[in-house]
Design a protein around this ligand. Structure first.
Ligand code: ADP
Ligand code: MG
Length: 613
């Protein structure tokens, strides 16, 4: 069978996505490959299809047990023989899997990198034909990445011990040059085909908000997404619990996930989320690797993460199925401080030497700064993200909050100079809030007690609103005219660039949201998005009823077979059935997402409902 037939027959997809075909061709022709594609871009089939096309067994190295289990279940669902070998299996189960592998029962085996050191596994690999080795989440090999796993360093060693070196391919969503170089070197890729596909995820709507009351704002979002899956990321365990309690108290059932919970609870909660038994999960960044749930409709960052890599990866867990989904980040200055503390006191890199640690720390602080700038920018958010990952893009995407907000260009030269002069006259001992308080003419104990009302710029901007002054200060930070630094707590100070600017006569213009129109455009934007909604929302009323009946059947089958509902059929596939109304099995095969294996297993039951509908 050729790759197109395999794609349709096993996976039910009609066409390849960006990059997939090229990668499959290269791997199948025997060339190593380094593939950089965004989360949800569709990396898995890039090695699964070559595995199906060649003799022997493909070894897939994957960092997480949950990830393996999911992938294997999903493959089995599609009628592909695959297994995983890891520590969750009893020794007897492991031997059995190895025995089956020896007999050529599988097309793919998933293993954790630790497994590669086991002599029994090496023996196995030297007595079967290995079609290819695929290293998933390959950035884990680099200590410059955001997810370093020392065991990944053992991969090259393992490969060198194989009698025959198979073709090696590496997959990641991390695109920085250092990480890329590390992957090439540390995995020992030979003259690899390299590809970085577009990082853009067009179906994702991006927004940064600075709500006065985050909890209330969150309620609005979850109520907009009733009966849809969503992830809410918080920076700390305490926050996770607080936010989850709040949602529960307000009638939105939510589960929690963080490293402080027992393994049982964590995997139960994860399971309930994946299987649609609960729609909302509030979690720290411990949650997500290994969650390939395709129909997550929104990801809220209740706190700002520490860098853009983490942000895009976490936010990217929304809308893997390509349907419209939202990624919303709540910015609060406090989060910058929390993150800075994490970085400065981080114990994460304790195995590194002093010098390296220092470099890592500086780089982490720089990354935090870039993350903060994302929250400040009034330009297109998608463009900011893509530029960060080294991709050029248009300055208007139309599908982020900034593109949808009405901005006006405002001359802020006077305000800017006032703030800069105020800071110039101020000791480097005060935070941003105090700086603003001075120019705004605050009369707090702190201002009067420290004689800050003697600052030459005191109350010069008393006519401006505090939020607007904050926006202007953020712009100055964005332009690096001022910066926050400090050992104990962040203090705001003038940079040499800021000083230089004060001495010029340059005008400073910035884009600010129109103050009075803000509310109106917000609700219009919400309505627009709701209208777009998921595919299901585009269905006519009659189709929507049918859709619900199909979902009901899907739930039934999923619980019979003990797999997540989305592994039976995706929402999009069900919606496709409603629109196309297939009357025969052949017609049903035309619906995107229906492969032959699933058609055989489920076709009749779905047809029955469709006939009635
Ligand atoms: P990644 O590993 O790059 O994050 P996955 O391999 O998990 O992404 O794929 C993400 C989603 O995209 C899955 O739900 C998968 O079924 C879907 N997908 C992958 N390739 C295609 C395709 N060619 N057409 C339609 N859907 C696809
Ligand atoms: Mg993946």
């Amino acid at each position: 069978m050729d790759k197109f037939e395999l794609l349709k027959q096993y996976f039910g997809h009609d066409s390849f996505r960006d990059g997939q075909e090229n990668i499959i061709d290269n791997i199948s022709s025997g060339r190593d490959a380094l593939c950089i594609m965004p989360t949800g871009g569709g990396k898995s089939i890039c090695y699964q299809i070559p595995a199906l096309m060649s003799d022997g067994i493909a070894i897939v190295i994957s960092p997480l047990i949950s990830l393996m289990k999911d992938q294997v279940t999903s493959l089995n669902q599609n009628g592909i023989r695959a297994a995983y070998i890891n520590s969750t299996l009893t020794p007897a189960q492991q031997s059995r899997a190895i025995y089956n592998a020896m007999r050529g029962e599988y097309k793919l085996i998933y293993v954790a990198p630790e497994r590669l050191e086991a002599p029994a596994f090496l023996n196995l690999c030297n007595s079967i034909k290995i079609s290819l080795i695929a290293v998933d989440e390959a950035h884990c090999v680099s200590q410059w990445g955001h997810d370093f796993r020392p065991s990944y360093l053992k991969i090259a060693d393992f490969i060198s011990k194989l009698d025959n070196r198979p073709v090696i391919s590496a997959f990641t969503a991390t695109a920085t040059d250092t990480v890329k170089r590390d992957i090439l070197n540390l995995l020992g890729l030979k003259n690899p085909f390299e590809i970085t596909t577009g990082f853009d995820r067009k179906n994702l709507f991006f927004a940064v908000k600075r709500p006065q009351r985050k909890q209330k704002e969150l309620l609005a979002i979850v109520s907009e997404h009733k009966n849809q899956s969503g992830i809410i990321y918080c920076a700390t365990r305490k926050n996770v619990e607080k936010v989850s309690d709040f949602l529960n108290e307000n009638g939105y059932d939510s589960l929690i996930y963080h490293a402080g919970l027992s393994n049982e609870i964590r995997s139960k909660n994860q399971d309930d989320f994946i299987n649609d038994r609960c729609n909302l999960i509030v979690a720290t960044n411990a949650f997500g690797m290994g969650i390939d749930k395709p129909d997550v409709r929104f990801v809220v960052h209740y706190n700002m993460p520490k860098n853009m890599e983490s942000y895009y990866q976490e936010a990217g867990r929304a809308g893997r199925d390509g349907e419209p989904s939202e990624c919303i980040l709540y910015y609060e200055p406090r989060d910058v401080r929390t993150n800075r503390l994490f970085i400065e006191n981080g114990e994460e890199n304790s195995e590194l030497d002093e010098e390296t640690r220092k470099i890592v720390k500086e780089r982490d602080l720089e990354r935090l700064k870039q993350m903060t700038f994302y929250c400040f920018t009034s330009e297109c958010l998608r463009q900011y993200i893509l530029n960060y990952f080294g991709e050029k893009s248009s300055s208007y995407c139309g599908n982020c909050l900034n593109c949808q907000t009405q901005f006006e260009e405002v001359d802020i030269t006077l305000e800017a100079n006032t703030i800069l002069r105020c800071l110039d006259a101020l000791d480097w001992n005060y935070g941003a809030a105090t700086g603003i308080d001075i120019v705004h003419g605050g009369k707090s104990q702190k201002i009067l007690g420290k004689n800050l009302d003697k600052n030459p710029e005191y109350a010069v901007l008393s006519e401006r609103t505090v939020p607007r002054l904050r926006q202007i200060l953020r712009e100055l930070q964005f332009r690096e005219y001022v910066e926050e630094k400090g050992e104990q707590y962040p203090v705001i100070c003038l940079t040499p660039e800021g000083k230089a600017f004060m001495e010029t006569e340059e005008l400073l213009v910035m884009k600010l949201p129109k103050e009075e129109t803000e509310k109106k455009s917000e609700s219009k934007e919400k309505k627009n998005r709701r209208k777009k909604g998921v595919v299901a929302a585009e269905l006519s009323e009659k189709d929507a009823e049918l859709f619900e009946s199909l979902r009901e059947l899907r739930r039934e089958i999923a619980s019979e077979e003990k797999v997540p509902p989305y592994m039976v059929f995706a929402d999009k596939t069900l919606a496709g059935m409603c629109v196309m109304r297939p009357a025969t099995l052949d017609e049903m095969l035309e619906v995107s997402g229906v492969g032959e294996h699933k058609l055989e297993k489920y076709g009749d039951r779905f047809l029955e409902i469709l006939r009635k509908g």
